[in-house]
Design a binder for this molecule. Structure first.
Ligand code: NAP
Length: 331
């Protein structure tokens, strides 16, 4: 007996021709989709991809109606898997969650056991303060470390620094001893970024005149912008440098040359948090609870389901800062 109701509150996005209708309404347990584990969701979060999943031109949602929310954390209420039992604290994110499988913007979710990560040393709230964006930042840092870049190699650039991936990236890199240069278009975020460990703050990168090779500026970079800023980074990485590229808020296309690759041996490392294998995902979350734990575990904002619509619009317009929690209230 799980105490799970037959109906519960959910934020639902329904595609209707060229528009997406978004509302908070009751959702039936039987309509949650397949999975071995039912989770009473305590927190989800707002990521850029969640914004895209709720607009017609976002091209992210693959089913309609959809409960979005690409990440969630809470407590197992039912499980047919040997790996989890009722009462376990867990999180889930990635794979089809919140895009083709109902996600975290509901009081309950049902997911396959091999999407689930046990939560021991982090609370559900801490886990979603990190969320998909912070996990992506952690994957980026791990990739830079795997490449052998150490703090002695020189400064590491973080772009989109006031956003979710960027702000956690600044924090994690500083915690690992790197000299972090934060690039942001948000002039009011400078002190906030210094509190997270940025040693220098610069404006968004100048992309007017990108030459095949520019001055050696960065030993490594964490980039979630793509487009012209990524091209500017590639041409200014030092010899043997690496950019961990995860996003496209500045554009999907990349216009560059082979010069940085063949004359400086740089690496363009793609970061795909959605499809990371579950064992690697669990191992990286264990690091996030340990040596990679962020120094600041505070969300910039916390919203309920009824405030989600405005917040999803705000993240698409770059009007949000840092990480935003979604709180699921239960009676
Ligand atoms: N590959 C993956 O697994 C993965 C996982 C998570 C996220 N992502 C992607 O990473 C990106 C960031 O996600 P997020 O949740 O961190 O979003 P976010 O909180 O909105 O952060 C994005 C930041 O990008 C900057 N920005 C926005 N529009 C821009 C523009 N037109 N030109 C230059 N800079 C711009 C802003 O930073 P400043 O104002 O500080 O400059 C903004 O805060 C998205 O593209 C998302 O889809 C990918």
């Amino acid at each position: 007996m799980s105490g799970m109701p037959e109906q519960f509150a959910a934020f639902v996005a329904t595609k209707d021709d060229d528009t997406v209708h978004r509302e908070v309404r009751q959702w039936a347990r039987d309509d949650l989709g397949d999975g071995d584990v039912i989770i009473r969701v305590a927190y989800s979060s707002v990521n850029y991809k969640d914004g895209l999943a709720t607009i017609a031109k976002g091209q992210v949602a693959r089913v309609s109606p959809l409960i979005p929310g690409i990440d969630l954390a809470g407590t197992v209420v039912e499980s047919t898997s040997d790996e989890f039992t009722a009462g376990d604290h867990v999180l889930a994110h990635g794979y089809a969650l919140g895009v083709a499988h109902h996600g975290g913007y509901a009081q309950f979710a049902r997911v396959p056991a091999d999407w689930v990560v046990p939560l021991d040393a982090l609370s559900a709230r801490d886990a979603m303060t990190i969320g998909t964006a912070g996990f992506t930042a952690a994957m980026s840092v791990q990739r830079i470390q795997d490449r052998g870049i150490t703090p002695q190699d020189g400064p590491v650039l973080v772009t989109g620094a006031s956003g979710g991936v960027g702000s956690v990236g600044v924090d994690l890199l500083a915690g690992q001893g790197y000299d972090v240069v934060a690039s942001t278009g948000d002039t009011s975020a400078h002190d906030w970024l210094r509190e997270r460990g940025a040693s220098e703050i610069i404006d968004r990168l100048d992309t007017d005149d990108i030459r095949p090779l520019g001055k050696h500026r960065w030993a490594a970079a964490v980039d979630c912008l793509g487009g012209a800023p990524l091209a500017a980074i590639l041409s200014t990485l030092s010899i043997g440098g690496i950019v961990a590229a995860s996003g496209n808020t500045a554009g999907l296309s990349l216009e560059t040359t082979v010069a940085p690759f063949i004359l400086r041996g740089v690496t363009l490392a793609g970061i795909d948090s959605a499809n990371l294998a579950i064992d690697e995902r669990r191992a990286l979350w264990a690091r996030l609870a340990d040596d990679l734990r962020p120094s600041v575990l505070e969300a910039s904002d916390e919203v309920g389901l009824d405030q989600l619509e405005d917040t999803l619009d705000a993240i698409l317009d770059a009007r949000t800062r840092g990480r935003i929690l979604v709180r699921l209230d239960h009676d």
